[in-house]
Design a protein. Structure first.
Length: 242
């Protein structure tokens, strides 16, 4: 889909909202990491932050699922799909490499971009099920509560999500249960496109148009915002600004 006439501005704006929320969350995380908060917050256990992370990742994946519904309706073929997918997978690899430098003991082996890369492929195959997508999504959400085994606790298998203990990492978005969120976004997107297309493609108030623009460049923003934040804080401290 190219050109503003083919964009679903409201979906872009929703994705842009997720991006802004994520950026604020990461900015606070970086401030905490560099010691600007005293006492420091525990971002891995404090509900103030863990519940925000849950909401942000859910919104991201739900939007990704809706985006797949839009792409499929627009006739996106596998060639174009793999082109976009390679960008996501490449960025996931860069996230892993960067996190190894900053968090060598808890680097990101399967974070949100890794999860999205795998889940996009699975969603593509599930898409023809129509209303059955809701059921598959629900099963994906519930399966980790029913099935877990030490086999899935290793660095090579924890990406599936059926673990008995959470791995030590700065970000972890396993296929299960998060695939369920993306599939429900896909199902919701298909329903809206069939029954309420204007809810996605309707006009936006002028004040929200920047969010839509940001949503169209979500992957680029995602990859750039943390290096900018961390670089600014590191540079400011080196220069004695704080």
């Amino acid at each position: 889909m190219s050109g503003s006439a083919n964009r679903f501005d409201r979906l872009d704006a929703l994705r842009g909202l997720a991006i802004v929320w994520m950026a604020v969350f990461h900015f606070c995380f970086d401030l905490n990491h560099f010691g600007f908060f005293e006492p420091r917050f525990n971002f891995h256990r404090d509900p103030l932050w863990t519940q925000q992370r849950l909401a942000i990742v859910s919104l991201f994946l739900f939007c990704a699922g809706m985006g797949q519904a839009v792409a499929l309706q627009a006739g996106q073929g596998w060639r174009r799909f793999w082109g976009r997918w390679s960008q996501v997978a490449g960025c996931a690899l860069l996230v892993s490499l960067g996190s190894m430098q900053m968090f060598p003991r808890s680097w990101i082996s399967f974070g949100v971009l890794h999860g999205i890369a795998v889940m996009l492929i699975l969603a593509r195959f599930v898409a023809p099920l129509g209303r059955g997508i809701w059921l598959v999504g629900g099963l994906a959400l519930l399966l980790p509560q029913w099935l877990h085994h030490p086999f899935f606790d290793t660095p090579f298998t924890h990406w599936m999500g059926l673990v008995t203990r959470k791995p030590i990492t700065e970000d972890w978005v396993p296929v299960l249960p998060w695939l369920g969120v993306m599939l429900w976004g896909l199902a919701a997107g298909q329903w809206l496109l069939e029954h309420r297309p204007r809810w996605l493609a309707g006009a936006l108030p002028a004040a929200l148009r920047p969010l839509a623009l940001l949503g169209r460049w979500s992957l680029t923003f995602y990859m750039l915002h943390q290096p900018v934040f961390i670089g600014a804080m590191t540079g400011g401290r080196a220069l004695g600004w704080w």
